[in-house]
Design a protein around this ligand. Structure first.
Ligand code: G3P
Length: 218
């Protein structure tokens, strides 16, 4: 499963990139606004930090012509950019055209397998099934991820299923079980993936025993 960081904060991308296991980055208008810098400069810096990564950057028009214009502009900035488009009728029509033009797309704000079907039929490169926002209203957000994976595999769509709106490490575990191709998570969640009390205690015990034995390497 690919791991993306979900942020507009280039400092977070830089820190996570040091781990050497990051496959990309997803942004959205709220994350870019929160970062407080220009859209293009932020996206291009993330592309530099992750030269092999897949970097999602979202249009903000809501009509087809506006989305197409913005998507072509954003895609022209860097070959690693995947253009994010919301799952609306105009968005699906936009993705269909972008697919024909060879521009990669990430269809976002997807909550049901029926919405995911529309994205897959339009040729979406990534389908962003939001999990946390569904959990937030006492429903099983990961269910639609599993259903979408099953649909993509059963009908042979080329789309990759991306578990988004991830709130905690358990969502990553569940995304793995669901067969998601990608999970995108905030820095805090990615950092939490490393943590386990038994790892900390075990390392401390190793080092304590080593020190007590007065050993050294070389
Ligand atoms: O990429 C989509 C993601 O940013 C949404 O997450 O936490 O705003 O539901 P959240």
């Amino acid at each position: 499963m690919k791991l993306f960081i979900d942020t507009g904060d280039v400092g977070e991308v830089r820190r996570a990139a040091e781990w050497g296991i990051l496959d990309g980055c997803t942004t959205n208008p709220s994350l870019i606004a929160k970062a407080g810098r220009g859209f293009k400069e932020t996206v291009l810096e993330i592309c530099e930090i992750l030269p092999e990564g897949e970097i999602s950057a979202e249009v903000v028009s809501t009509d087809r012509e506006g989305m197409l214009r913005e998507a072509r502009e954003i895609a022209s900035w860097h070959p690693n950019i995947v253009v994010k488009v919301p799952l609306t009728p105009a968005g699906v029509a936009t993705v269909r055209r972008l697919t024909d033009e060879g521009i990669k797309t990430n269809v976002t704000l997807v909550f049901t397998v029926s919405q995911a079907l529309l994205a897959a039929k339009a040729g979406a490169t990534f389908i962003s099934n939001f999990v946390g926002r569904v959990d937030d209203v006492s429903t099983d957000g990961m269910a639609a991820v599993a259903e979408t994976v099953a649909m993509v595999e059963r009908y042979g769509f080329d789309s990759q299923v991306l578990a988004a709106s991830v709130r905690h490490p358990r969502h990553i575990v569940e995304a793995l079980a669901a067969g998601a191709h990608i999970a995108t998570a905030p820095m805090a969640v990615l950092e939490a993936l490393f943590r386990h009390p038994l790892t900390d205690a075990g390392l401390e015990r190793f080092l304590s025993d080593w020190r007590k034995a007065g050993l050294s390497i070389g």
